[in-house]
Ligand binder design. Sequence first.
Ligand SMILES: Cc1ncc(COP(=O)(O)O)c(C=O)c1O
Length: 397
Amino acid sequence: MIAPCVQHELLLARRMSRLGTETAFEVLIRARALEGKGKSIIHLEIGEPDFDTPANVVEAAVDALHKGWTHYGPSAGLPELRQAIAAYVSRTRGVEVSPDEVVVVPGGKPIIFFTMLALIEQGDEVICPNPGFPIYESMINYVGGKAVPIPLREERDFAMDVDEMASLITDRTKLIILNSPQNPTGGVLQRGDIEQVAKAIGDRNILVLSDEIYSRLQFAGQPFSIMSVPGMQDRTVLLDGFSKTYAMTGWRIGYGVMRADLAAHITRLMTNSNSCTASFTQMAGIEALRGDQSAVDRMCAAFQQRSEAFVTGLNGIRGFSCRMPKGAFYVFPNITGTGRKSKALADALLEEAGVAALSGTAFGQFGEGYLRFSVANSIEKLHQALERIDRWTKQNL
Ligand SMILES: Cc1ncc(COP(=O)(O)O)c(C=O)c1O
């Protein structure tokens, strides 16, 4: 006899209710659905370079595929890539990094995931920028930690107030997250501020997760890492990668640099989850780091030019006021002058104006009053988007 087919209730682990998401992907799905119904949408929601991966990097991957780099590799990454990353980080951050302090992972995100899993106990506090990349808070909550937001304010060009940050440090603080250049505001932490963060930490046993995924997309001045502050190298988990710098979002490759004992634990998390990062992707990563860098400079210059054009355009639209970002490819205008809440305005622009952007609240409560536009789109599309927003505001405000 065939057993009756019973549809059991899904008994999800309670922790799943604490896991957040990244709104950009949800807005992308909504925008695609509207396009499916014949509506024209300009996509300024998703945070990825619109450029192709540089040809030399693509060729290195094709070559690696032909040569058989299609098998498992070491969980921490191929020795030659770890060597190349150690040399790159040593050079750019002015510290001595060895390959056993490097873990290669599929994208920058796993470094956030694994760092939280490895370090955060129930009730541990993590200070994180707000508005900020939503995955930080999602992961902190998921592992049972407590996210302590440090507000980033427009009047400070979205750089954190270090005194305010210092006042949030308690006996439960385990980790402080820095992100410069910053998503979603385009803000940059200056060297003096970063040195003050190190001073505020003092000799407490607190680690810093320094998310420097946009470090090659800073428009003026040299990026400065907290890893470069004397005494901070062992207390920093540096997150960097290839997604934004080399337009390699779909390749899934990034890395963390940290003290060797922590790197061994993060490597165990890799063994338990992904086994390793795709081998041919890593071969492409070696070429990305060692090969011609002119594409990176060209993309950075284009993002700056587009940001300037878009900010100028927004400042001419009723209810919008916008500062020029200092890096990355996001523009974060103040929209309080429109009289609309951020989410309501983002929804209306998507559905009525055909421009997909994100509500500032997708990045935390201190994002209310703002929208995030990604300028990783052509200058023509950006101008079209400005025209659409302008027309919509004239008709609706
Ligand atoms: C601040 C920040 N960190 C990390 C990441 C993750 O990058 P990846 O695509 O390499 O996982 C992103 C991607 O949007 C980001 O904006």
